[in-house]
Design a protein around this ligand. Sequence first.
Ligand code: FAD
Ligand code: SF4
Length: 402
Amino acid sequence: MTSAPRSPAPHERARPLAKGSTYPAKDLCSQCGLCDSRWVAYVRRACAFLNQRFEAMETAAHGRSRDLANEDELYFGVSQRMVTARLRPAIEGAQWSGIVSRIGVRALETGLVDAVLCVQQSPDDRFTPLPVLARTPEQVLAARVNKPTLSPNLEVLEQLPGSGIRRLLAIGVGCQVQALRAVQDTLPLEQLYVLGLPCVDNVSRAGLQTFLESASDSPATVVHYEFMQDFRIHFRHSDGREETVPFFGLDTPKLKNVFAPSCLSCFDYVNGGADLVVGYMGASFGRQWLTVRNPRGQELLDLVETELDLAPVSSRGDRRAAVQQGIDAYDKAIKLPRWLAELVGFIVQRVGPQGLEYGRFSIDSHFTRNALWVRRHHPEKAEDHIPGFAKAIVARYRLPSL
Ligand code: FAD
Ligand code: SF4
């Protein structure tokens, strides 16, 4: 007796959407790339901006969702270990010390995976992202350093069928990871590792230009920048010069509309679905911050742990008054004169929040701003879209009226 032919799965019948068309999340689309692959078939349940599913995602990935009664998990997500670290020696040209790239390289060298999903840069423009499935350490290293623009990482899923890749390490930010986790079981893979980056305030390539022109004294020569834990933006220029600008001196009226609407409606700053997250904001100045969420995350960290200068996480100060003042100043779009911005920056750097408390400062500031933005611009979505952990954090502050 012959069995009836299997009916094709939804992604086997689907085709990527046409580039440039309006994607299902419309103005909230972060261009994560899912819709540029046949896995667009699952977009209604997978897209981070159409369907928030933190509890289901965390439970599937880590075996449980975050414990809201635990202050660290409320803020930083499911965690089995948190440390700060620097790679020794650092990788030249990396965003920080290059822990992420080194893990990617070791994952290939040890045979843990067949390929690494990462983002190189376009040959024409340092800040235009070019997602790839890297098969060699050189290709992973060519993806080092942030492309601080929306990146269609998941478009490369389209290359998986027939590629021979069975074990994959995917590096990505929260919206990409949420969509990836939602389709994970339908991918032609035996094993998936997810190395996450925290992410906030991302921009389109045009938005990045506006930001650079408003914040740097030489926008054309910027090759790298980061919002650092000393409350300053550090710009590195092509001639090696470092320029620093206080956060509090940014041209808020001009920059309020620069951030992508997706990022103004995002509450996955700490990348809740990744196995291991490598950022900086929970570490003291100059160090990176690692959150291991599950045993697969520890497996990734094991690849490089002997090459790291490790230290425990620490926390100092009280962020709450500064967050409340920031909410009001941002809403009124106040721009401080440079001398006052320098003075505020000087004081905050000495007495302000540090370590995990700096991380909470940044999360509180962004969640309150984003909750207000969603309630004002998408009131019909606010109740379902803002996750419970973010509602609990936002409720600690007094928000301006809608
Ligand atoms: P590297 O070894 O230099 O590797 C960088 C990796 O980033 C590469 O593998 C590359 O594939 C990937 N990548 C580059 N651009 C993108 C992109 N647009 N989308 C997805 N992946 C990309 N950390 C915080 O603690 N707080 C923040 O607010 C924060 N915001 C971020 C915003 C963006 C847009 C990005 C990309 C990262 C952000 N990070 C943030 C993470 C942090 O800046 C570093 O990327 C991280 O600590 C790793 O540093 P590294 O030296 O180990 O990385
Ligand atoms: Fe598609 Fe991603 Fe845009 Fe959602 S965010 S509409 S999944 S490309």
